[in-house]
Design a binder for this molecule. Structure first.
Ligand code: SAM
Length: 120
C-alpha cells in the first residue's frame, strides 16, 4: 500500500494569518484535528494540530505563528505504508502531509486512514 492509495485528497488547509479562534472553529466544522498551513501557491509552510491549540491555551499564545510546527515531516505519494508508519512512530506524530517535489500539498494521511485500512 502506498501513500497515494491511503491519502485523503480533500485536505482542509489554512493560511498563516488565521486567528486561533477561527482555526479552532474550522477544526470543529471540518471534523479534523490537523491543519496544514499553506501559502498562496498551496506550498506547505507548517502544521497546526489540536495539541498545538491546547498549547496555546496552556501557555497563553495568541498567534498561529507561535504554535504551528514549521519543520514539517512529510511523505511522497509513492511512499509505502511501512515508511509512513515508521515516520509517525519515530516522531510521535499522527499525521503526514503528502507533498510533491515543490512541497505543494497533494493529500494528507492521519492515523484515521491507517485504522480504516486495518479494519477493512
Ligand atoms: N502524539 C500526539 C500526536 O500525534 O498528535 C501529540 C504529540 S506530537 C509531538 C505534537 C506536535 O507534533 C504538535 O506540535 C504538532 O504540530 C506536531 N506535528 C504533527 N504532525 C507533524 C508533522 N507531520 N511534522 C512535524 N510536526 C508535526
Amino acid at each position: 500500500t502506498l501513500a497515494e492509495d491511503l491519502m485523503d485528497e480533500n485536505v482542509s488547509t489554512i493560511k498563516k494569518d488565521m486567528e486561533l479562534k477561527d482555526v479552532a472553529m474550522l477544526m470543529m466544522s471540518d471534523y479534523v484535528t490537523h491543519l496544514p498551513v499553506v501559502n498562496e501557491d498551496n506550498r506547505l509552510l507548517g502544521i497546526v494540530t489540536a495539541w498545538d491549540l491546547s498549547k496555546s491555551i496552556a501557555l497563553n499564545c495568541s498567534s498561529l505563528d507561535e504554535i504551528m510546527t514549521k519543520n514539517v515531516i512529510t511523505c511522497k505519494s509513492d511512499e509505502t505504508i511501512d515508511s509512513i508508519s515508521r515516520k509517525m512512530r519515530e516522531n510521535d506524530i499522527s499525521c503526514l502531509p503528502v507533498v510533491d517535489d515543490d512541497f505543494k500539498i497533494e493529500g494528507i494521511i492521519t492515523t484515521d486512514q491507517i485504522s480504516h485500512l486495518l479494519s477493512d
